[in-house]
Design a protein around this ligand. Structure first.
Ligand SMILES: NC(=O)c1ccc[n+]([C@@H]2O[C@H](COP(=O)([O-])OP(=O)(O)OC[C@H]3O[C@@H](n4cnc5c(N)ncnc54)[C@H](O)[C@@H]3O)[C@@H](O)[C@H]2O)c1
Length: 386
């Protein structure tokens, strides 16, 4: 184990890359030595604010820096495969933002390359680290809800299209709209909490009601809009997923719609012994969780007192653990790929207007066997022969 040294990390992307820099701030075993991004103003601001020694424009220059051993990738979806493959080829450990990829074909190539590389590889589903999600996962795993038969996942924005004319609203560059952008977070939360049930069918519909009219744009300065640009993706998607164990899950996700939601997400579960509901308004991380049960026949609600956790920070703590100690990293690329597989089936169901049956997948969720894990296994077997 190499627990004493600091891992030298590079961050690619200066948008949500800011969460990466914040997330690493409390990780003494990592050192951010460089960042890369094409938008010089934002990158300079980040470099100064977080005192990052080196700054590059194109990601290829950062990857050519031999001092960097691990990278986190926060670039537009159409670059996830390209940058991941290049980073693995350059011998770096890699964490890539959700969604793993725009489609299954890209995701499969990434997972295959990661397995061959012997490097740590994973996808950032930071919301699994939320305290409310962790508690529901814990209660479901110990059987407190009994047999779960139905779940609901949603992420609904009233007015949150991230910049008309940006890569987000371009089908080719993003792979889709709110479903692949936001829906994938709550889909991941729900499937992970439910213990990865095997999906057998999806039935879905997508709509683009406000986006093409130039309505429902993100409120605030984060995203710039180009009023004349085409709107190419859905602004609302709804789906029902069936599972081999008889469970169902509904998923609703929007960037814009005339509803009471502001920017809200959550997951809820109904079991035959209890229920749980996470409902997050405007990114709150406390006051968001309720468990439902009964005491002597009286309907009972329990609201645990929650802690704020820096989601990305928790992901990076585990990433560094994995690099230094060989402990496997999760969510693996394989888990990221399963989510993309479902998203692709949902889009297909919506396009064809019918339920899509899903073939059972022989799934190995373990991720790459890293060089460190292989080395420790070899050392252990040598010790065993002495
Ligand atoms: N986990 C989360 O909560 C979360 C939140 C927001 C976004 N994301 C994901 O992060 C990714 C980026 O989203 P964003 O909102 O930051 O997008 P963005 O457009 O704001 O930023 C993208 C960054 O990538 C950089 N970039 C593009 N091409 C590059 C290249 N060739 N070399 C180096 N840098 C390059 C841009 O310069 C920019 O800094 C997306 O995949 C998105 O889904 C995740």
């Amino acid at each position: 184990m190499e627990t004493q040294r600091r891992v030298r990390v590079g961050i690619i992307g200066c948008g949500i890359g800011i969460f990466h820099l914040e997330g690493f701030e409390k990780e003494p075993r990592a050192e951010i030595v460089a960042l890369a991004g094409l938008d010089t103003d934002r990158c300079v601001m980040l470099q100064q604010r977080f005192s990052v020694p080196r700054r590059y424009g194109d990601y290829k220059d950062l990857l050519a820096d031999p001092d960097i051993e691990a990278v986190t990738i926060a670039v537009p979806n159409f670059l996830h495969e390209e940058v991941t493959l290049a980073a693995l080829a350059a011998g770096k450990h890699v964490l890539v933002e959700k969604p793993l990829a725009r489609n299954v074909a890209e995701g499969e190539r990434m997972v295959t390359a990661a397995r061959k590389s012997g490097k740590v590889f994973g996808v950032i589903f930071n919301r699994r680290s939320r305290h409310d999600v962790q508690l529901v996962k814990h209660e479901v795993a110990r059987g407190a809800l009994g047999r779960i038969y139905h779940g609901r996942a949603f992420w609904m924005r009233r007015s949150g299209i991230p910049g008309l004319g940006s890569w987000f609203t371009n089908k080719e560059l993003a792979g889709g709209g709110p479903l692949i952008d936001l829906g994938i977070h709550v889909l991941d939360m729900a499937l992970w909490i439910m213990g990865e049930p095997e999906p057998t069918a999806v039935s879905a519909a997508t709509y683009a009601a406000l986006g093409p009219k130039g309505r429902g744009m993100w409120q605030g300065a984060r995203f710039k809009a180009a009023p004349d640009a085409a709107y190419e993706v859905e602004d609302f998607a709804t789906a029902m997923i069936r599972f081999a164990n008889g469970m169902t899950l509904t998923l609703d996700t929007s960037w814009a719609g005339y509803t009471s939601h502001t920017d809200e997400f959550g997951v809820s579960f109904m079991g035959d012994e209890g229920g749980a509901e996470i409902h997050v308004k405007d990114y709150a991380d406390t006051g968001t969780l309720r468990f439902f049960s009964e005491i002597d026949g009286a309907p009972t609600v329990i609201e645990p007192r929650l802690q704020s956790i820096h989601n990305h920070g928790e992901v990076f703590r585990r990433f560094i653990d994995s690099i230094l100690t060989g402990v496997p990293f999760s969510p693996t690329g394989e888990e990221g790929l399963e989510r993309v597989r479902l998203i692709e089936a949902i889009y297909r169901s919506a396009a064809e207007g019918r339920e899509i049956a899903l073939a059972a997948q022989p799934i190995d969720r373990t991720g790459p066997r890293t060089e460190l894990a292989a080395r420790s296994a070899a050392e252990n077997s040598r010790e065993g022969t002495l």
